[in-house]
Design a protein around this ligand. Sequence first.
Ligand code: GLN
Length: 250
Amino acid sequence: MSATIVLLLPEVLGTYGDAGNAAVLAMRLRWRGLDADVHTVGWDDPVPAGGDVYVLGGGEDAAQMLAVERLRDSAGLRRALDRGAPTLAVCAGLQILGRAFTVADGTRVPGLGLLDVETVPGRGPRRIGDVTADALLDGLDDPLVGFENHGGITTLGPGATPLARVRGGASGNGTGDRAEGAVGGSVVGTYLHGPVLARNPALADLLLTRALGDLPPLDLPEGLPSSTAGRLGARFRGPFSSAAARRAGA
Ligand code: GLN
């Protein structure tokens, strides 16, 4: 059986190359000898409810206003999240899953209400630059790295916790407390582009492990420079993986 990575609306949530996150998820399964497909949901397509991992990317204010209306009545996305399908939401994707967001011209738009966050325009210049942040999820050993570029600042409600604490670089959620991203239920939201899963393979494996359980060892292509192989081999060391390691007597 093939695993399905659902990439949502890359025509409007694709400005920052975040569609690459879906490619990374599928490729890390294929490198393990597992079948994987990327199911791209275009503007006119229904959202399937039965995907294994869902991925939303970033976009401009106007684009994310289109995306939120397109997804508002999507029974497929709601059903997927109700059953706990792991979902990665980057930047505008994070904002539209929240309770509401206000864009730069002051328009307040109700979000999809699937993550307990709200976004308002920040003061001053856009938050643009490289970020290094210490991950707060069990099993992610290495700092997260990425590039942020956003005007909105995002405050978490009691139903969400930060994904990471900014160690250096730009601002994370922009709330002044070094919080980066938001985790709630099966949603992992972040401001990090890169694409974030290309730069942080252990986060990709965390999502895949949540969706599919223990993953077989990674069989990287031959001939990669050792630095690349080391980076690509970075693994999520969470509960599923340690259970697998114990069974294997490691
Ligand atoms: N339009 C949003 C903002 O500027 C999101 C930007 C993005 O997705 N990079 O805050």
